[in-house]
Design a protein around this ligand. Sequence first.
Ligand SMILES: Nc1ncnc2c1ncn2[C@@H]1O[C@H](COP(=O)(O)OP(=O)(O)OP(=O)(O)O)[C@@H](O)[C@H]1O
Length: 253
Amino acid sequence: MSTSMLSVRGLGMQFGGLKALSDVTMEVATGEFVGVIGPNGAGKTTFFHAISGVHVPTSGTVRIRGQEMQGNSPDAFCRAGVARTFQTPRIFGDMTVLENVRFAFMFGNRGGDAALVDKVIEETHLSGLRGETAGELPPARQRQLEIAMALATAPRLLLLDEVAAGLTEGEVEDVARLIRRLRDTYGLTVVWIEHAVRTLMKTVDRVAVLNFGQLLADGTPAQIAADPKVISAYLGDEVDDADKADKVDEVSQ
Ligand SMILES: Nc1ncnc2c1ncn2[C@@H]1O[C@H](COP(=O)(O)OP(=O)(O)OP(=O)(O)O)[C@@H](O)[C@H]1O
């Protein structure tokens, strides 16, 4: 029987009069690879903030491997084995790749064991760029660095927020391959928010769809692609027929 890595019950997040999340309940089993999709403003990033200690949810519970965690600091989530990337990479632009990864090791209380640091740099394909200034790297390399920094904290649960944003189609495929490989190498559980729905659907085991702060659907990529509720959430009322065709294409391929 699979064990639960992440268990979210009745999660709510209210900002003044706005309900960014309402009653979201979701289980992620150990070793699972789950994608989270949804239109702009659906609550995806807020969901990550609430399950990584950035926000204290207004209601509901967040359990990591059975331990109740809502209201704890990001540092406590990190110690519980949660690492995440951010929509805008949070790297230190004026430091080198190596210094950034070393810093992440310190943040994860893992010291700076040179062999372990090297291993993470190698596994994220950054060996040739160790001495480069992080802020001068192209977007795809900065994303790899952010993933390296998340790995440096030895996570069990890796939360990826739009790591493919701003990348070319080929780079998106590369990053998906990298994540899959890291997941296998480290036995990670991964939750990945992404707008590049086509690649995401080919990569993950399961997809959760958020819409207006609520969990609209949760199922295998095939189930989600065939779900009329999902199609219509992605279509909206106002888009023209050409846009609709594109979106249906994206969700169902
Ligand atoms: N700190 C905040 N204060 C007030 N409102 C917020 C805050 N953070 C998010 N929101 C609002 O909550 C809603 C959900 O935002 P969120 O960023 O989680 O959506 P998203 O699905 O990640 O969107 P996108 O795909 O555009 O990144 C939006 O209406 C947003 O404006």
